[in-house]
Write a protein that binds this ligand. Sequence first.
Ligand SMILES: [Zn+2]
Ligand SMILES: [Zn+2]
Length: 350
Amino acid sequence: MNITHAYAAQDAKSKLAPFEYQPRELRDHDVQIEIMYCGVCHSDLHQARNEWKNTIFPVVPGHEIVGRVTALGSHAHKYKVGDLVGVGCLVDSCRTCDSCKQDLEQYCENGFTGTYNGKDRTTGEITYGGYSTQVVVNEDFVLRVPENLDPAGAAPLLCAGITTYSPLSHWKVGPGKKVGIVGLGGLGHMGVKIAHAMGAYVVLFTTSPSKIEDGKRLGADEVVISKDPDQMAQHTNSFDFILNTVAAQHDLNPFITLLRLNGTMTLVGVPEHDHPSPHVANLIYKRRSVAGSLIGGIKETQDMLDFCGKHNITSDIEMIKMDEINEAYERMLKSDVKYRFVIDIDSLRN
Ligand SMILES: [Zn+2]
Ligand SMILES: [Zn+2]
């Protein structure tokens, strides 16, 4: 098989740089994908810099992959050569535990196999992600990308899209529901679009007045400046559900107070230092919940892509070339992106 051109970090301190590797031979149920675009997720940066202390170097990040099928294993039948497909955060799981049997592979009790920095369940080899010209993945973990979507804008759906769709769907967001989205970054802007398309009344919470206009353009019915106690007080006891996408440590109480009886706030960002514990009475007196949610399973990720196809939802992106990745990481740290970087993988082929 052709050599794969990629970008890798060789250790936690070095920048991403060109790297080559030999992909695995196609197994019976494998799909070989020529990658067109790969989104840049905050987890890529965390793992390239070993901030979660579990990176095996060299690491090739990237789990928001869109491309076309170029070859199939002898028993792979779900896709045809030429199909537009995607790969998200998972490329395998045990398939036998209770979570896997319920199509919740992201919660696999034996640990799912990550698209990169994971261990292949057959050979123990380390998986390499989407900052690459091609990838080989078992067909059960490949998604179909609707052909009507812009493939570059669709790439971030594979992580940012499903991370927000899954909790919005699980907590039954829809018409007649008042839903808050906290934070307007890569995750938050997808949350606003998807919650709006689900038919809910959407309120965006942001700390920066400069984001009011953009929030409304993306689908928010209202934008609340969360630092302003007067604005916040107008929404006390009114939300059915709040999706909190902010990964920086902050006080959860001002948002919990906005939940109505039985309301839930779900966290999807992992802060480096935990949020302070919320006031317990604030939960008890209105039977409120604080919950967490991790990406989504394969079946749900396909449902999300089909939903986005139907509603023509993609991410707002800034396209970069592969050799601009280190600069993009620095800008991402300053939240200087609207709202997701996507790598044009063709720039790796030239
Ligand atoms: Zn991600
Ligand atoms: Zn499992």
